[in-house]
Design a protein around this ligand. Structure first.
Ligand code: GDP
Length: 188
């Protein structure tokens, strides 16, 4: 997977035949995960100042097959003008991008879905947009707390525990499983 370009607006993205998109609250671990499944560090910038980058990044898996990294939502320090633009821009992309096969919704495995995550999921369901919940930072949940945490997180997303894929970018947990899933969503 290689970096293709950044765009300020969804309409400026290059055309694609088949695409998956990644969304999540700022600091959920989106850049780390993209780096992990691209098998390369430094591909998507891992930021210590969440919310600073409000660009859409597009990566190419093979010609016409792409992964889109959408700007993180819900970071309070983002100027309100940018926050106001986020919704319509991302909604427009999610509703209108014909190539879009799957939206990966990242939820912080340690803290579970926030209100914003829940409204994102509700919006995706209302609009019948295919999506997969991915719980990040699984290494931060202690083994003895895992079964309970898995149940709680899934319930907070109105899902069964088996519907959620748990990953850790730092420890490489389930990254190969995620790669297989992405490949299957992008397969013609
Ligand atoms: P983004 O804002 O969603 O792109 O999040 P980043 O990838 O920049 O990660 C936010 C913070 O969470 C950083 O300090 C990362 O080091 C940390 N982080 C990301 N993934 C993991 C993980 O799997 N495990 C742990 N323990 N920390 C992680």
């Amino acid at each position: 997977m290689q970096f293709l370009q950044s765009a300020q607006r969804a309409i400026d993205l290059p055309e694609s035949d088949r695409e998956v998109a990644v969304v999540g609250r700022s600091n959920v671990g989106k850049s780390s995960l993209i780096n992990a499944f691209a098998n390369r560090t430094g591909l998507a910038r891992v930021s210590k100042t969440p919310g600073r980058t409000q660009l859409i990044n597009i990566f190419q898996v093979s010609p016409g097959v792409t992964v889109v990294d959408l700007p993180g939502y819900g970071y309070a320090k983002v100027p309100s003008r940018i926050r106001q633009d986020w919704g319509p821009m991302i909604e427009g992309y999610l509703l209108e991008r014909e190539a879009l096969q799957m939206v990966m919704v990242l939820i912080d495995g340690e803290i579970g879905p926030t209100k914003l995550d829940q409204s994102m999921l509700e919006w995706l369901r209302d609009n019948e947009i295919p999506h997969q919940v991915i719980a990040t930072k699984s290494d931060k949940v202690k083994s003895n707390a895992k079964p309970k945490r898995k149940k709680e997180l899934a319930a907070g997303c109105m899902l069964d525990p088996g519907d959620v894929v748990w990953v850790s970018a730092s420890k490489g947990v389930n990254i190969d499983k995620l790669q297989d899933l992405i490949r299957s969503w992008l397969a013609p």
